[in-house]
Design a protein around this ligand. Sequence first.
Ligand SMILES: [Zn+2]
Length: 244
Amino acid sequence: MSKINGFVGRRNFLKLVGVGSVGIGASAVGSVLLQGEPAIAQKPTTTVAKPQPVSPQKALERLLEGNKRFVEGKRLNPHQSKLRLEETAVAQYPFAAILGCADSRVPAEIVFDQGLGDLFVVRVAGNVASQTAIGSLEFSTAVLGAQLIVVLGHAKCGAVIAATKGDPLPGRIGVFVEEIKPAVERVRKKTGSLEENAIIANVQYQAEKLAESSTILRGLINEGKLKIVGGRYDLASGKVTLLT
Ligand SMILES: [Zn+2]
């Protein structure tokens, strides 16, 4: 049984996703999925020590420490050297995954003060747990070994605001807005700012959707190898506040 990041290997992952290990189709899926995976036949030009998996709690601490540095103007800009570039060209071991909004003001590596190979980031307007986002997060956890997913919403999120209004939208903009509407309905009658309440409700709703609609993610949670947490990013202060 091959192990990646001390975790689940190629064969197990394919089993997990219901793809057999025989047949042209399966091997094609495997080779496409696993490009960049460390457990490949070719010898890398640089050797990289395989790190221990980072526990959900440690990963969260690392992110919050990085965010604190960012807020205080004390960024270290870690893991951005030429050496890190060479190391990560061989293999990646992200210690956390982020499902964040595509908003230009919320770049995960900057607000958490991380570098190359640290975070597996899925960004889509409104941080919605779309099918493709879920698939990406399954890959980041089951194959790459990340044990933490942070669903990160933010103040003044245009996608959430659009969902509160419900106006017709051009092109495919309405596609992700539709995925936010169930969250808005949860708080429509709640007192206070609908916009603010909806931003928080949307983070919680998308986090629930990840765990409920993915058997892979749910399985990892049950094994204690994954934690999903929600956070809200404040555009003015740069601070990430965890949501419970
Ligand atoms: Zn947004």
